[in-house]
Design a protein. Structure first.
Length: 299
């Protein structure tokens, strides 16, 4: 029998197990919910607060100046003005002065934060933040959050200096805590004003030129002298100045000297309510303005 070569087998279709796998389709991330966005913003904001604090450790000169300046103000104003100004209703001038200095430092912190934000913007730090996968609103939240930490240290050192020169909180612990809470609420609201100004400025030099404008604003108040002896138009401006409201509220809660005249304007007659209204109004206006300005500058 003649042997024939075996015929080649017909090719069979490839089975499913040997088929080339199709390229994977990247999953579309689910849209973030409102709470997820808040957590993301807070987490990134806290990271930036840590970044600001670590920068202070590397460059302590600015922090040292921010801490020493309030203590110098206590000694300078307390002993230079103390012998020349009569406190309305009687009392020690240094006790009358301390709430005013708390308010003054709170309001001047606006320009300090504006300078920091403008410096970061001019050096390209903000641009690097925008290129990172982080919440866009976290940057202003981080800047304002770090200012609260600095303010805590600054006001703490000022309070110690005040205690050394004779200042006391006479109404007890709870009203004193309420007074400091009002100061920090106002400072946090003002930090958003500083953030907005820093984002608007072209560079830190622009902010530096604006610093002298803050001095008349803080001096035109009841921080250092009573308002009763001012001309009518100047007294009107002083009593509606939020610096005066914060000072009067602090004096009331600390139990420090300084009476409010019967014909005083509404913010002086109701200083705690005035501070709360000022703080809420500033937050409502400048938080969205700052976030929107930061996002718009990156487009």
């Amino acid at each position: 029998m003649t042997m024939h070569p075996t015929a080649p087998r017909a090719s069979t279709p490839a089975t499913a197990s040997s088929a080339v796998p199709a390229p994977a389709v990247p999953a579309v991330p689910a849209p973030l919910t409102g709470m997820a966005r808040v957590r993301w913003t807070l987490a990134d904001g806290l990271t930036l607060v840590g970044r600001e604090l670590s920068k202070m450790r590397r460059e302590p000169g600015g922090l040292i100046g921010a801490l020493i300046f309030p203590a110098i103000m206590v000694v300078l104003f307390g002993y230079v003005f103390g012998s020349a100004i009569k406190v309305p209703g009687g009392g020690d001038y240094r006790e009358y002065l301390m709430p005013g200095l708390f308010s003054m430092v709170t309001f001047t912190s606006v320009m300090v934060l504006a300078m920091q934000v403008a410096t970061d913007a001019s050096k390209g730090v903000m641009d690097r933040f925008r290129a990172m996968p982080m919440a866009r609103s976290a940057v202003p939240f981080g800047q304002t959050g770090s200012d609260i930490v600095t303010g805590l240290l600054s006001l703490g050192l000022m309070a110690v200096a005040g205690l050394l020169v004779g200042w006391r909180a006479h109404r007890g612990l709870v009203p004193a805590v309420e007074a400091f809470a009002l100061v920090f609420l106002m400072r946090y609201a003002l930090s958003w004003v500083g953030c907005f100004l820093g984002l608007l400025a072209k560079d830190e030099k622009t902010v530096d030129n604006m610093v002298p404008l803050m001095l008349p604003f803080t001096m035109l108040s009841n921080s250092f002298v009573p308002t009763e002896g001012m001309p009518a138009w100047l007294r009107f401006l002083s009593e509606w100045n939020p610096v005066s409201a914060l000072t009067a509220a602090s004096r009331h809660l600390f139990g420090n000297p300084g009476t409010v005249p019967d014909d005083a304007a509404w913010p002086m007659a109701h200083p705690i309510a005035a501070v709360l209204l000022w703080s809420v109004a500033l937050l409502v206006v400048f938080v969205p303005l700052s976030v929107r300005t930061y996002q718009r500058k990156g487009r």
